[in-house]
Design a protein around this ligand. Structure first.
Ligand code: ZN
Length: 147
């Protein structure tokens, strides 16, 4: 196990613009405000969801779209650093008009109807993402302390 420890920093409440790209908008906000470490939650509704699933056997992403109006039941994620820039990693559960749920890793291309984002900034040395041979993913590494 490896871990980073932080003290709480600023909390940002951000309302995203209708028709904006959900992930791109939050990334742009983090970049503009110099947020390198944060936990993120969000809720609201989207017009279209672009999601991905990681195939653990093949070590490739499977992208898929849900082209309908959806509630964001729960959105969670974090911000850390990748290639010296803030990197947003978010997952969400969405529900259709009959309450059926879908979910996954939120890709660029998820279009906001109305979305409220809470960014809990963390004070300290931001986590840095690096390639992980075991999973094939880009995970927190670098300056992590082993425990
Ligand atoms: Zn993910």
């Amino acid at each position: 196990m490896k871990a980073y420890q932080f003290h709480p920093g600023r909390v940002h409440l951000v309302r995203l613009a209708t028709d904006s790209d959900l992930a791109d908008s939050v990334t742009a906000y983090a970049t503009e405000h110099g947020i390198g470490a944060a936990s993120v939650t969000f809720l609201g509704a989207v017009k279209h969801a672009s999601l991905r699933y990681y195939d653990q056997d093949e070590k490739v992403y499977r992208d898929f779209d849900i082209d309908e109006h959806l509630e964001i039941v729960a959105g969670v994620g974090n911000i850390s650093m990748l290639d010296e820039a803030p990197f947003l990693h978010i997952h969400a559960a969405f529900a259709d008009s009959e309450g059926r749920a879908f979910g996954g890793h939120v890709n660029a291309g998820t279009i906001v109807f109305a979305t409220e984002v809470t960014i809990h900034e963390l004070d300290g040395q931001p986590p840095v993402r690096e390639p992980d041979d075991c999973t094939g993913l880009t995970l927190w590494g670098g300056n992590l302390e082993a425990e």
